[in-house]
Design a protein around this ligand. Structure first.
Ligand code: C2E
Ligand code: MG
Ligand code: MG
Ligand code: MG
Length: 284
């Protein structure tokens, strides 16, 4: 056809290479999407849990649910690869609902075991928040699982909150009215406006991992994080630092008034059984 003809006349060889590359990427994407859909349908997705500890004494005060996928051969797929794909394809909507239900059910089971009243943090995709009936869906899950709203922390990103579509602000206000807590995830990487934190009634601010990295060695980074912590605490927000790997980072963060620490320095994300073991030990 005409387009093809033009492409050829512009240098067929390169065009050919380009097409092959594109087909390769598309094929890989399509294969992965298909596999993810199947994995979801066949119940092969699971949650890992990463504890958040009190900066003061290291006790477990919360848990973040993190989605995991192992293929049939037991190979883990990197969340940085499949979660963006799930977002783009919209699969994140049913998957995210499953995550929320599973995390709430789990929190309630742990609670009934008398182990620990930990807050359960669940990531919410912008696509979920865009659903007209998102609030009703969350409400239904709370009812179904008997989850205490004040023990549920929904983690959103700034870009989701300020999205033009779907009237996020009023939905967030409705969620707040149900008693659910809200956290601004990855704070520092997006628009990072203090105004947003107030507008959206956020209770918790999670300082982005990229800020924590090297914070102990980099003075200007340290000043930024100190300023974020100062303003967050003056707004009465709980501050969580994510991605804390080093003792020096932990010492610094505690010194500037960070309330909670989440990171490999204390705990990595772990499967349910390991989390249970940990909760059991903490309870005794
Ligand atoms: P996030 O919500 O910011 O989650 C924190 C990420 O940092 C997790 O990556 C966690 O494993 C990682 N992390 C925690 N501590 C450390 C540390 O000390 N060092 C390093 N290097 N990493 C640490 P993960 O599990 O790979 O998840 C990546 C992102 O995928 C999450 O970032 C979140 O945005 C998204 N995600 C994960 N689960 C879900 C889900 O159920 N729904 C949605 N919508 N997104 C999810
Ligand atoms: Mg998160
Ligand atoms: Mg984060
Ligand atoms: Mg994130």
């Amino acid at each position: 056809d005409a387009a093809m003809y033009r492409a050829k006349s512009l240098g067929g060889g390169r065009h050919h290479l380009y097409t092959q590359q594109l087909n390769g990427d598309l094929f890989k994407r399509w294969t992965m999407e298909h596999a993810l859909r199947k994995a979801f349908e066949q119940n092969e997705l699971m949650l890992f849990y990463q504890p958040q500890v009190s900066a003061e004494n290291g006790s477990i005060v919360g848990v973040e649910a993190l989605l995991r996928w192992r293929t049939g051969s037991g190979q883990p797929v990197n969340p940085a690869e499949f979660i963006p794909l799930a977002e783009e394809t919209g699969l994140i909507v049913p998957i995210g609902e499953w995550v929320l239900r599973t995390a709430c059910r789990q929190a309630q089971l742990w609670r009934k075991s008398g182990w620990l009243d930990v807050e359960m943090a669940v990531n919410v995709s912008p696509k979920q928040l865009e659903q007209d009936d998102f609030v009703e869906r969350v409400q239904a899950i709370l009812a179904e699982t008997a989850m205490q709203p004040h023990l549920l922390m929904l983690e959103i990103t700034e870009s989701a909150a300020i999205s033009e579509t779907g009237d996020a602000a009023s939905k967030l206000a409705e969620l707040k009215a149900l008693g659910i807590r809200l956290a601004m995830d990855d704070f520092g990487t997006g628009y990072s406006s203090l105004g947003h934190l107030r507008t959206f009634g956020v209770d918790t601010l999670k300082i982005a991992q990229s800020f924590i990295r090297d914070v102990a060695a980099n003075n200007s980074l340290a000043s930024i994080v100190r300023a974020i912590a100062a303003m967050a605490s003056s707004l009465g927000l709980t501050i969580v630092a994510e991605g804390v790997e080093e003792e020096s980072e932990y010492v610094f963060l505690r010194s500037i008034g960070c309330d909670r620490i989440q990171g490999y320095y204390f705990y990595k994300p772990m499967p349910k059984q390991d989390m249970e073991q940990l909760l059991m030990e903490s309870a005794s």
